[in-house]
Ligand binder design. Structure first.
Ligand code: ADP
Length: 219
């Protein structure tokens, strides 16, 4: 695929397939196209050339062929996002954040909140269900995001520098939880990271340079 911004080419000839149960780390220097690749895969931006296809039990879904509404619905049901910022709603509590996608797909409030509380407990956040995101540590907030992806049983989970703001011990714990709750459950995990320790725990590492894949290493 190819993505252009004005004059610059952000992705050039990138061809990537991610399977169930795989964890793929995307690495590369700043400006090499990592965020663009993540956003294209997630259907947030459309490639200028090429396609992104999600395989579901109901068949192949080409993101570019969907209406905006259908693409949003697919993102809600099939994708989870573990980003440092911007994806959790700071005004809502941990439990409300986890319950949000369930509520948006029509699950009743009582059921959604119970499911959220149970996931938060499983991820080691018992007692913090009622805290707002701003009242949690970075590592706790990342666990809330992981719980939210689990709530929908997201088929693909995208993480953007999930450990970037964490100390190395917390980073290692969060990465362990992320892998256990995604790839180990047969889901696909795509992680943009600068951290070699994070990459070394993924099943595949892809390195980008100037919008091209320059190296792929399977573990
Ligand atoms: P990375 O995540 O590896 O730092 P990006 O995907 O953010 O790389 O950027 C890839 C290239 O595309 C860079 O040259 C960057 O300047 C350019 N770019 C990224 N986003 C935009 C944008 N919204 N408008 C114009 N150029 C952009």
């Amino acid at each position: 695929m190819r993505v252009r911004y004005d004059e610059s080419v952000a992705l050039d000839g990138v061809d990537l397939t991610v399977g169930d149960g795989e964890s793929v780390a995307i690495m590369g220097p700043s400006g090499s196209g990592k965020s663009t690749l993540l956003q294209v895969l997630a259907g947030i931006i459309s490639p200028d050339e090429g396609t992104v296809t999600l395989l579901t039990p109901d068949g192949a879904r080409e993101l570019g062929g969907l209406s905006d509404a259908a693409r949003s619905a697919l993102r809600l049901r099939e994708y989870g996002f573990v980003f440092q910022q911007g994806m959790l709603i700071p005004e809502l509590t941990a439990a409300e954040n986890v319950a949000m996608p369930l509520l948006l797909t029509g699950v009743r409030k009582r059921t959604a909140m119970a499911r959220a509380a149970s996931l938060l407990r499983e991820l080691g956040l018992a007692g913090l269900e009622g805290r707002r995101i701003g009242q949690l540590s970075g590592g706790q907030a990342q666990r809330v995001a992981i719980a939210r992806a689990r709530a929908m049983d997201a088929r693909v989970v995208f993480a953007d520098e999930p450990t970037g703001a964490l100390d190395s011990r917390t980073a290692s714990e969060v990465m362990g939880v992320l892998l256990a709750e995604t790839a180990a459950q047969g889901r696909a995990l795509v992680v943009v990271t600068h951290d070699e320790a994070v990459a070394s725990r993924c099943s595949r590492v892809i390195r980008l340079s100037d919008g091209r894949i320059v190296e792929t290493a399977a573990r």
